[in-house]
Design a protein around this ligand. Structure first.
Ligand SMILES: C[S@@+](CC[C@H](N)C(=O)[O-])C[C@H]1O[C@@H](n2cnc3c(N)ncnc32)[C@H](O)[C@@H]1O
Length: 317
């Protein structure tokens, strides 16, 4: 569990926040605390669009959705990420989803710019309290007034949108949502033009490498995007469906580290992750390479007697 989640649940233990009735609280960018009281588990509907974290919540017995809707909630918990615009959008959504008198509690690490998010929050509501714990900040407030226009602006800025910098659809919170990753750009420049047949893009993000592949490799007959972040996959679907008219496209909300269908692809492209959240995770990158190798059809000589069919790069984050 991250330090921010620890700080958040420390706050819930210490401060006498009334526990909502079952399903009357929500938890955005939720993480599964291992020893949370059963009544708290039942009180919360979790939102998590990152597949490995979604699966962990399910296994721990939480109600979890990729995107929650509804309003009139008593309590909203919000774990903050390193993406400011995503954080503001989530705080805005939380504020809007509470009933008047409902409480929002946000937590995030000092090293992800939480101070500036807290300042922005204080600019729209007068009564904000806060504490510091585990190198993190927790701040909270009671919703009393109408939702101010600034907050609707935050929600709007966090939506799926066309990024002018790339000409592609994406949204804040997705990896490099409005720019091209330097490693991926280098990889694209060196993509062998004769890649062909069934190709997979692992950790496809909003679809940059796949788009490059379609542009540079005329022999590709199908392209399967595997991505753990639902918000990224949604964007990739729009971007690729705009670009590819004749080839078969597949989109898979999937944890690649959990493995892939074996012997299914003629080539794999990827810029694998080496982080989950803030933590460096070299094993995650390794698991991608292993999954890629197993997913290739054996005896690649049909298309590539001499070429390595995994095309991969690494971008230090
Ligand atoms: C370095 S980024 C590359 C994104 C994109 N391919 C590009 O070139 O810009 C790695 C991607 O892997 C995704 N990812 C992280 N962990 C994953 C997992 N376990 N399974 C599938 N995708 C994952 C991230 O959400 C991110 O989009």
């Amino acid at each position: 569990m991250s330090d921010a989640a620890k700080a958040l649940f420390h706050f819930l233990d210490q401060e006498a926040i009334p526990r909502p009735q079952p399903g009357r609280g929500f938890f955005l960018r939720a993480e599964a605390p291992p020893a949370l009281a059963r009544q708290w588990q039942q009180a919360l509907i979790c939102e998590q669009s990152f597949k490995p974290a979604y699966d962990r919540l399910r296994q721990a017995g939480y109600a979890v959705e990729r995107e929650i809707g509804g309003e009139g909630f008593d309590l909203g918990l919000c774990l903050l990420t390193k993406h400011r615009a995503e954080n503001l959008a989530n705080i805005g959504r939380a504020w809007r989803a509470l009933r008047p008198g409902g409480v929002v509690v946000c937590a995030g690490g000092n090293d992800v710019g939480i101070a500036s998010v807290e300042r922005a929050f204080r600019s729209v509501t007068a009564e904000v309290s806060s504490l510091s714990k585990y190198h993190c900040r927790v701040f909270w407030s009671i919703r009393r007034e109408e939702v101010p226009p600034t907050v609707f602006g935050w929600i709007e800025s966090g939506r799926l949108q066309l990024a002018p910098e790339t000409g592609c659809w994406s949204r804040p919170g997705v990896y490099n949502w409005n720019k091209v990753d330097a490693g991926s750009s280098l990889l694209a420049e060196h993509l062998p033009g004769d890649l062909q047949g069934r190709v997979a893009d692992l950790g496809a993000g909003w679809g940059y490498l796949s788009l490059q592949l379609l542009e540079r490799c005329a022999g590709v007959t199908s392209l399967d995007s595997f991505e753990a972040e639902w918000q990224a996959l949604e964007a990739a679907k729009i971007n690729l469906e705009r670009a590819a008219t004749s080839i078969k496209l597949g989109f898979h909300w999937h944890d690649v580290a959990a493995g892939l269908p074996e012997a299914s692809f003629d080539a794999v492209v990827m810029n694998p992750p080496f982080h989950e959240g803030k933590a460096v995770d070299i094993d995650l990158g390794r698991a991608f390479v292993v999954a890629a190798a197993k997913s290739l059809v054996p005896c690649l000589s049909a298309f590539y007697p001499h070429l390595p069919p995994i095309v991969c790069c690494h971008s230090p984050e």
